[in-house]
Design a protein around this ligand. Structure first.
Ligand SMILES: [Zn+2]
Length: 130
């Protein structure tokens, strides 16, 4: 008898508490999260933007990574993976460093200056012969 009375009191208390909770928070209302898309991907950044580096013509060690060590050719965006602005800055810095004789460029030796041009080193793949 006493157990039944205790459980009924406890049940009444639980019902009262849950009613009070329900009056504070309307459970039927929609829950609004932040207006951000939770599935949005993080924007891709190139390595120079990520590290916040501005290429400078005096920083030859950095610039030499964007240039072929054999020919001195400046690598394109598909190889460096830089964004357009940083690629332009890197190219301008390399050309400026080459003009300042801080970096090597490529040029023909004087003995071979009269030789016919076999291919364009900027476009190594020849067009189809047909
Ligand atoms: Zn970038």
């Amino acid at each position: 008898m006493l157990n039944i009375l205790k459980t009924s009191i406890v049940n009444a208390n639980i019902a009262r508490v849950s009613r009070n909770f329900a009056s504070l928070v309307n459970l039927d209302e929609p829950v609004f999260l932040d207006n951000k898309n939770p599935f949005e991907k993080e924007r891709q950044k190139c390595i120079l933007c990520e590290m916040d580096i501005t290429p400078d013509f005096k920083n030859v060690k950095l610039l030499s990574q964007f240039q072929s060590q054999y020919t001195g050719r400046i690598y394109g965006r598909h190889i460096t993976g830089l964004c357009k602005t940083k690629q332009n800055q890197v190219e301008n810095a390399i050309i400026r460093a080459q003009n300042a004789a801080m970096m090597p460029g490529y040029h023909k030796d004087l003995d071979f200056i009269d030789d016919p041009k076999l291919f364009d080193p900027e476009r190594p793949v020849r067009p189809h012969k047909y």
